[in-house]
Write a protein that binds this ligand. Structure first.
Ligand code: OAD
Length: 250
């Protein structure tokens, strides 16, 4: 296996009947889904967030935004859950593991996990931007035009069908954050994996655990603002660390 589980972590995890896992883009990195902020490979290094992931961008150029989300949908469709996703699904057979994710992909679900909350929405959901009705049409469709634009479908009411994700400046899906917070407060252990911890309010969840005396483990190959505060900072990739941890549970 190769990866050494940090001292005491296997015992801590074994003794935790209820676990909340807060995952971010790094969770899916080894599946081939780009993160947002990693130098070189991060999406926000290559694309302008304000031009693609804001309500203003949608109003200015809905076809450009829809085309970009169609591209991201086909990218995720071509990816498979990695060993980290699968390890979390196995852990759920041993303990009450609740997954709270910032990811809009469906790789946790495809690995067999039930996701408690998708804090930033769902890449494969869509709804009308006018009447709010859930809509179909979020499957990767025909080829995106050369200039990246794909006109979004129209709702029966005449509005445009928009991606069911949270854009900068928008509120989280109703109850998602609260469900995450309740789960954290209910947990014996919180595992934070693959997130830079820079986006609120998701980044509050580990802080809530720490302030409540609940042990927090961070799994991330790089340092984050959380690294110095957590009980265990494990500098390792998700698809290596999580299988090693679950194997160590016995
Ligand atoms: P970021 O791109 O900000 O951070 C990704 C984190 O994953 C970094 O800390 C990396 O070090 C870490 N990482 C990279 N490879 C990894 C691996 N193999 N295993 C474990 N960790 C790895 O992504 P998020 O923190 O998820 O929101 O970003 C939060 C939100 O910002 C996203 O949900 C998205 C974005 O804007 C919206 O779109 C609303």
């Amino acid at each position: 296996m190769g990866e050494q589980v940090p001292r005491g972590l296997a015992e801590l995890a074994r003794g935790s009947r209820t676990v909340t896992v807060l995952s971010g883009a790094g969770m899916s990195a080894e599946s081939g889904v780009p993160t947002f902020r990693d130098a070189q490979s991060g999406l926000w290094e290559r694309y302008d967030a304000a031009a693609l992931a804001t309500p203003e961008a949608w109003l200015a150029d809905a076809a450009l935004v829809w085309g970009w989300y169609q591209w991201r949908r086909s990218l995720v469709r071509a990816c498979e859950p990695n060993a980290g996703h699968r390890a979390l699904a196995r852990w759920a057979r041993l303990a009450d593991v609740r997954i709270v994710t910032q990811n809009v992909d469906d790789l946790h679900e495809r690995a067999g996990s039930a996701v408690l909350a998708h804090l930033h929405g769902d890449l494969f959901a869509s709804r009308c931007d006018t009447c709010g009705q859930e809509a179909h049409g979020a499957e990767p469709g025909p080829e995106v035009a050369q200039d990246g634009r794909t006109p979004p479908p129209r709702c029966e009411c005449g509005g445009l069908v928009r991606p069911g994700v949270v854009w900068f400046g928008e509120a989280l899906p109703p109850d998602a954050f609260e469900a995450g917070m309740r789960s954290v407060l209910d947990s014996h252990l919180v595992v934070v994996v693959g997130t830079s911890g820079l986006v609120q309010p998701a980044a509050l969840l580990p802080d809530i655990a720490l302030r409540s005396g609940i042990p927090v483990v961070e799994i991330n190959p790089g340092p984050t603002p959380l690294s110095t505060d957590v009980d265990v900072s494990w500098r390792a990739p998700a698809a290596v660390a999580l299988p090693a941890l679950i194997e160590a549970l016995g």
